[in-house]
Design a protein. Sequence first.
Length: 94
Amino acid sequence: MNPEAINAIMCMGLIALCVSVVLNWIAIWLAPKLGLMDAPSERKVHAVSIPRMGGLCIWLSMILVAGFSWVAGSSRSEEHTSELQSHLNLVCRL
Protein backbone atom coordinates (compact mmCIF):
# COMPACT_ATOMS: atom_id res chain seq x y z
CA MET A 1 0.00 0.00 0.00
CA ASN A 2 1.33 3.43 -0.83
CA PRO A 3 1.88 6.15 1.80
CA GLU A 4 -1.00 8.26 0.46
CA ALA A 5 -3.44 5.41 1.05
CA ILE A 6 -2.12 4.88 4.57
CA ASN A 7 -2.53 8.59 5.32
CA ALA A 8 -6.07 8.51 3.91
CA ILE A 9 -6.99 5.54 6.09
CA MET A 10 -5.52 7.20 9.18
CA CYS A 11 -7.46 10.40 8.43
CA MET A 12 -10.66 8.40 7.96
CA GLY A 13 -10.09 6.74 11.34
CA LEU A 14 -9.48 10.06 13.08
CA ILE A 15 -12.54 11.63 11.49
CA ALA A 16 -14.64 8.57 12.42
CA LEU A 17 -13.43 8.92 16.02
CA CYS A 18 -14.46 12.58 16.13
CA VAL A 19 -17.84 11.87 14.54
CA SER A 20 -18.36 9.00 16.99
CA VAL A 21 -17.63 11.25 19.99
CA VAL A 22 -20.14 13.83 18.77
CA LEU A 23 -22.79 11.19 18.05
CA ASN A 24 -22.26 9.63 21.48
CA TRP A 25 -22.70 13.01 23.17
CA ILE A 26 -25.97 13.39 21.29
CA ALA A 27 -26.98 9.83 22.27
CA ILE A 28 -26.26 10.51 25.94
CA TRP A 29 -28.56 13.54 25.76
CA LEU A 30 -31.24 11.89 23.62
CA ALA A 31 -31.46 8.36 25.09
CA PRO A 32 -33.32 9.30 28.30
CA LYS A 33 -35.86 11.32 26.31
CA LEU A 34 -36.54 8.31 24.04
CA GLY A 35 -36.52 5.74 26.83
CA LEU A 36 -33.42 3.98 25.47
CA MET A 37 -31.77 3.45 28.84
CA ASP A 38 -30.46 0.20 30.31
CA ALA A 39 -31.72 -0.04 33.89
CA PRO A 40 -29.58 -1.73 36.54
CA SER A 41 -30.64 -5.14 37.82
CA GLU A 42 -29.07 -8.00 39.73
CA ARG A 43 -27.60 -9.41 36.49
CA LYS A 44 -26.03 -6.08 35.42
CA VAL A 45 -22.71 -4.64 36.55
CA HIS A 46 -23.70 -0.97 36.46
CA ALA A 47 -25.46 0.69 39.39
CA VAL A 48 -27.17 3.53 37.48
CA SER A 49 -29.09 3.69 34.20
CA ILE A 50 -26.88 4.04 31.12
CA PRO A 51 -27.73 4.83 27.47
CA ARG A 52 -27.93 1.89 25.04
CA MET A 53 -27.03 3.75 21.84
CA GLY A 54 -23.19 3.81 22.03
CA GLY A 55 -22.50 0.91 19.65
CA LEU A 56 -24.93 2.28 17.10
CA CYS A 57 -23.14 5.65 17.17
CA ILE A 58 -19.75 4.04 16.61
CA TRP A 59 -21.04 1.92 13.71
CA LEU A 60 -22.86 4.87 12.15
CA SER A 61 -19.76 7.08 12.32
CA MET A 62 -17.67 4.44 10.52
CA ILE A 63 -20.27 3.99 7.79
CA LEU A 64 -20.72 7.76 7.32
CA VAL A 65 -17.00 8.42 7.01
CA ALA A 66 -16.39 5.44 4.72
CA GLY A 67 -19.33 6.42 2.50
CA PHE A 68 -18.20 10.02 2.33
CA SER A 69 -14.66 9.02 1.41
CA TRP A 70 -15.99 6.68 -1.26
CA VAL A 71 -18.11 9.45 -2.78
CA ALA A 72 -15.28 11.98 -2.50
CA GLY A 73 -12.87 9.50 -4.08
CA SER A 74 -15.14 8.87 -7.07
CA SER A 75 -13.73 11.95 -8.76
CA ARG A 76 -10.15 10.66 -8.41
CA SER A 77 -8.23 8.14 -10.47
CA GLU A 78 -9.60 4.64 -11.05
CA GLU A 79 -6.83 3.06 -8.96
CA HIS A 80 -7.55 5.29 -5.98
CA THR A 81 -11.30 4.74 -6.29
CA SER A 82 -10.91 0.95 -6.29
CA GLU A 83 -8.72 1.20 -3.18
CA LEU A 84 -11.35 3.28 -1.36
CA GLN A 85 -14.08 0.86 -2.42
CA SER A 86 -12.12 -2.08 -1.03
CA HIS A 87 -11.76 -0.23 2.29
CA LEU A 88 -15.49 0.52 2.34
CA ASN A 89 -16.21 -3.17 1.72
CA LEU A 90 -13.92 -4.06 4.61
CA VAL A 91 -15.69 -1.63 6.95
CA CYS A 92 -19.13 -2.91 5.90
CA ARG A 93 -18.10 -6.50 6.68
CA LEU A 94 -17.36 -5.56 10.31
